[in-house]
Write a protein that binds this ligand. Sequence first.
Ligand SMILES: C[C@@H](N)C(=O)N[C@H](C)C(=O)O
Ligand SMILES: [Zn+2]
Length: 182
Amino acid sequence: MVDIAKVCPGIVVEMRYATDRNAAHAVIYPLRARALVRKSVAKRLRQVQSELNKVGLGLKIWDAYRPAWAQDALWKAVPDPEHLVDPARGGSYHTWGIAVDVTLVDLQGREQRMPSDFDDFTPAAKAEYAGTDGGVAARLRVLRTAMFNAGFAAIHDEWWHFSAQDAYLFAPVDMALEDNGN
Ligand SMILES: C[C@@H](N)C(=O)N[C@H](C)C(=O)O
Ligand SMILES: [Zn+2]
């Protein structure tokens, strides 16, 4: 597992579960939580970043590796099977280190308007954009195309969630979100 902030130059990281701006409206992660993913997933993110940079955009990471204890805490706070994997029914791909929650920023790191905010568990979160803002529709297309081309798959209920297309190669991971110096 690698730290996106260290191995993916230019990708912005804002760990929403280290704040209360998430579906649980609570701080779940430690303040200094790292955005961790498998090495091969970081390589794909670098490819996405390079594609996006060509059109004046870049990635912001809202979540990456999520320990099982954090998935449990989220499920307890928001037991919504449409938007969250029930820990009793198998782990989230976040816990496997192969899923990321992302949005778009410009080259100055400014967040771009997208269909909804992170963890907006309403119909606005659907990957098939139903709104009327042409800019939002175009940016969502750009994001999805760049992610698909780099080897990620999407889900219907959350436009910001992507996981490795070759998930079958991986398994859950148990590690610390904070760098404890070891
Ligand atoms: C809770 C939301 N951010 C999320 O990550 N949902 C997916 C489906 C998951 O739990 O893996
Ligand atoms: Zn996710």
